[in-house]
Design a protein around this ligand. Sequence first.
Ligand SMILES: Cc1cc2nc3c(=O)[nH]c(=O)nc-3n(C[C@H](O)[C@H](O)[C@H](O)COP(=O)(O)OP(=O)(O)OC[C@H]3O[C@@H](n4cnc5c(N)ncnc54)[C@H](O)[C@@H]3O)c2cc1C
Length: 331
Amino acid sequence: MLQVLENIELRRKTTLRLGGIVPFFYDIRTEDDLMELPKLSEKIGMEIRILGGGSNLLITDESLGHANDILNFSVAQIQMSYENEEKFREVFLWQDDALAPPLAKQALLANEHGKALRAKVGAGMPIQRLLKLCADQGCTGLEGLMGIPGKIGGAVAMNAGAYLDEMDNVLESVGVYTKELGFLTLNRDEFVNTYRCFTPYYNNSPIKDYVICNASFIFPFTEREKIKEKMHTNLIAKKGTQPIKAYTAGCVFKNPIDENGVSISAGKLLDEAGFKGKELNGMRFSPIHANFLENMGHGDAHSALELIKEAEDKVLADTSIQLQREVKLWL
Ligand SMILES: Cc1cc2nc3c(=O)[nH]c(=O)nc-3n(C[C@H](O)[C@H](O)[C@H](O)COP(=O)(O)OP(=O)(O)OC[C@H]3O[C@@H](n4cnc5c(N)ncnc54)[C@H](O)[C@@H]3O)c2cc1C
């Protein structure tokens, strides 16, 4: 039975530790809850907010109106099959943390016998739990995402990525729900992934107000040790250059791309514009990496937004580059 919670404080649900009270919070925890989406969408519509891990969000501290009711995703299971003789066979279910040892053993055998693993993953599965599975199985493609917080639904919606890997590398299809179209499985020619952006299509028109329910990935196998080593290197690099222990929402801005297609570091632009370490009422651009906005514990969303706008104006005035926001604002 789908759980409806009232007056939930969103501050506790975001990595930036900002966010006011929301009237209704619909918690989708199981496959059965998912089946209640049509009934729910009839009742409240689907123009509501969808929360994943809350790691890419800047939410106002004010109380939010009904248009901001939250659909929270925690369905977290993985159905795996492995490719053998050109076919996907042998299905294993990995249900959250309750992986039964015999299944784990069988699944590991897939690596020895198969060529690739198909994993259908619930939108509520934490990204890092999928990466752990990839490391254990020897599945390659997402090693660059090591250390990125959030859930699979949010990672697909953002086409999350780092160190030259992104969700798009291994995404085979995406299961979505919309009020008008119901449940749909979108194949690769029905969505487009660009830099931190996922756009689904139906009959060649972009789909609005969709909920990502699950995603299917195809992971080629490679040596487990190589994967673990790459993940370890990426994690060390992340820890060495980003304020991963602070309250942040990851990078505030996308890295602009110049006319030759070369990526310019937004962090460097902010640094050169004098924003590294710049503070306002408990919010600051990190002294470690200027593209991360930190809540020092007593910050507020209003000041965060003011700093963001100030930085955009200064970088534009200095370089003629209009920074694009990567962080999603719920104001
Ligand atoms: C310390 C730190 C480091 C980070 N490093 C990186 C990095 O290297 N690379 C990177 O890409 N990101 C990074 N991020 C940002 C963030 O972790 C990713 O964007 C992540 O994929 C967001 O997932 P989430 O579940 O937290 O989404 P949320 O923040 O909850 O939501 C993000 C967006 O996705 C939408 N959404 C979420 N779930 C669904 C769903 N089921 N259906 C439809 N829409 C949905 C939300 O409505 C919102 O618009 C970092 C963040 C932090 C705090």
